[in-house]
Structures are given as C-alpha cells and as structure tokens.
Design a protein. Sequence first.
Lengths: 207, 207
Amino acid sequence: MTGLREQKKQATRAALGAAALRLAWERGPENVRVDDIAEAAGVSTRTYNNYFSSREQAIVAAVIADRESRVAAAVVGRDADVGLGEAVIDAVAGQYEDEGGRDALLMITGSPALRACYIDTVAAIEDPLAEAIVERCPGVDTLTAQVLSAGVGAAVKVALRQWLRPTSMPGFVMVSGSLTDLLRTALTPLRPALEAAGDTEVSRCRL
Amino acid sequence: MTGLREQKKQATRAALGAAALRLAWERGPENVRVDDIAEAAGVSTRTYNNYFSSREQAIVAAVIADRESRVAAAVVGRDADVGLGEAVIDAVAGQYEDEGGRDALLMITGSPALRACYIDTVAAIEDPLAEAIVERCPGVDTLTAQVLSAGVGAAVKVALRQWLRPTSMPGFVMVSGSLTDLLRTALTPLRPALEAAGDTEVSRCRL
DNA sequence: GCGCAAGTTTGCGTGCGCGCATTCTTTCTG
DNA sequence: CAGAAAGAATGCGCGCACGCAAACTTGCGC
C-alpha cells in the first residue's frame, strides 16, 4: 500500500499543514483564509477540504503530528505488571509532555477557534486507545473499552480547557503550573474505573 | 427577571423550535432550510442564528426540551443513603426513558446530521451535572466533579452512538434492545470512579 | 409621561463546508 | 503495452454561520 498514490497524498497533506502553520505564524491565525493555504500549497480550495474539514484543522494538525498512535503504543508497550490506570495515565501525560513547542501552543491558545479545534483533537485518541485497552486486557469487552477511552478523552478535554482558560487580561492565557500535573490530577478520578476494569480482566485470566 | 423581555425571548425560541419540528416532519429534515424555519416563525434568518448556532439545533431542541435540569434535579433529589454512582446512573437512565416520542426519534435517526446533533446535546448536561455532584457531595472538589460529569457524558455518547448505529439497510437504524439497558451497561464501567469520589466525600464528612 | 441606557432584531457582506459532475491521473489486468 | 477501472483534483453552486453596524424595542429613573 505504499504506492505513488499514497506518497502524493501524504505529501500534499504535509504541504498543506506546513503552509497553514507558516502563514498563521506570519500574519496571525485570524488573517489566514483557506484560499491562502491552498494557494500556498499549490492546490485548489476544494482539494483543501478533501483533506481538512475546517480551516483550523490544518494548522492544528501540523502541530500535533500523530499523537494518537503514540499514546496507543505507549499503553500496549508498558510493562504488564502495572495496572491499567497507571499505564493509561502515564501514556497520556507523557505524550503531552513537550507538545509541539511552546511558541506554537501560544499561538493556538491566542485564538478561540484554534483553542476549540485543538481541544477537539483529543477525540482522535479515543478509538486507538480503546483498541489498545482491549489488546492489553483481552478480558475487557469492547463497549467497556470504548467507554473508558471516551472518559479519558473527556478528562483530558477538561484539563486542557482548564489549562488554557483565558484570564482577565485578554490575549493572554494562564499557563499556571505544568500541564502534566494538571493532566494527572484530572485523570485521577477515573483511576478506580480503569483499575477495576483491568483487575477484572487479570483475575479472569488467572482463573 | 421575568420581564416582558425574557418572555418574548422564550416565545420566539419556542416558536422557532416548533416551526422547525413541524417543517422537518412535513417535508423531511433534509428539505428544510433555515430560511423556511425563520419565515415560519416570523423572524429573520439572522435572528435564527442568534438563538441556534446550527440548522439542526432547533429541531433537536424542540424534542429534548430541557433535559439537563431534570437530570441535575434527579441527582440532588435522590436519597442521601444511596451511592453517587447509583444516583447518577439512575438519573441519566431515567431521563432517557421516554424521550420525546418514538416517531420524533425515528426522524432524527434518519438523518446523519440530526443524529450527530442529537448526540452532541448530551454535552449540555455536563455542567449542571457537575454542579449537582458538588451539591450532593460537598467534599468533592470542582475539578473532580467536572471530570466525572464529562466522563458520564462521554459514556452516554458512546451508548447513543451504539444504539443509533445504522445497519446495512440504509435509512433504517437498529433499535435493538432498550436504550435504558444499554445506558446502564455503558455507565457501569464508570461506577467505581463515581462511588470512590462519593465515598471519599462521606468519610471526610464523618471525620 | 420622557428620555436615556441596555438589549434585540435585522440587513449586509464575507468566508467556509460540501455535494455533484467533470477531468485528469494512477493502478490493474489481459 | 493498451485499455479499462479505480481514485484524486477541480470547478461550480448552494446554503449556512457569523461579525458588524444600523435601526428598533424594552426597561428604568426622574
């Protein structure tokens, strides 16, 4: 499946992302129309919407790369003797450790639309995470894994919203404390649910 | 705050919702433009977007009424000797018991856009639910309550997606089993987290 | 009542998202 | 290698969401 077709698709996708990020950085995110991005990448605006379904997605996608696969890999690659909760929390917190550079983050947080889009990208980790959970704990059924993943995604969204909450001073965002700590705090309430699911699986396997 | 101003706002909002629902029922959801809804309600299209931020919201809003307040009320009104998990699960499952009539649901599930919008309305319960949790368990901090509510919302979304999943026959949706049962099943994995939060509060209160 | 401050409706203009049909390119098959 | 089949890019058109500023309505104090 590595034909010339796929290569071109990834190339244009990367070109669109790079162009979007560069233009947003130069003129500010609000002064970039999709026409500009498409023109800078050498495609038509209609083609842009074949790759990204909103104006902000290209910019955000260029920053986060492919986080979902890294989270999933971190979950399945963790030692088998640690609980599911610890594995998931560490995986998620680890992937947000040094995300995309601080300056890009600053720009994203400056625009409400970009903030919303950035927060929405968390949803992309849910399906891979669910698969990772069933792979790590074969006794957990699919629905439970989906619910737990969705819960994790929701907790991460809450944490990000909190972290990026704009203060009274408009144009600035409160970057109080490390994001990692906030993520761990936000995920802690879900830990009992994760451990319960993981333990159920373990005891079932050992019986 | 019950001035003539609020009355008028609620009146036009109700008129818009009713008109949207009636037109969608008559012509099918896909053949209703916002211009039609606005005209039927006697306002301009721009005013429509002051009340609803998407074409589907008016239709869906007319069906679900105000579910969020009912869920929150059910949580705080439940006997204090039952656990938080049971209270929340019963409240959520109860409010979806006989939602808006089966025919309206059928119409919503027929259109992908309406389905998505209907599923998104679950997010509206999260903030009131978080407040209800802190009111019921004063020892739970705000962030934990928000995370738990967001987790509940995410679980409900998973359940609805599952319940409304279109089958191979296009235009029809699988209504297999009762929604209530599916909701309880989907919420069960989160029960340990809810109970743990509630118990922490209780022991703290009794110390 | 009178008039002002606060809030609402509306028209206008712009950009966005996407369905549809067409054209061009890549890949597959004989 | 030629032609067909599958897939991607593009042009066109429509409807939607929303910022902005101008009219208009409501509520409040005097």
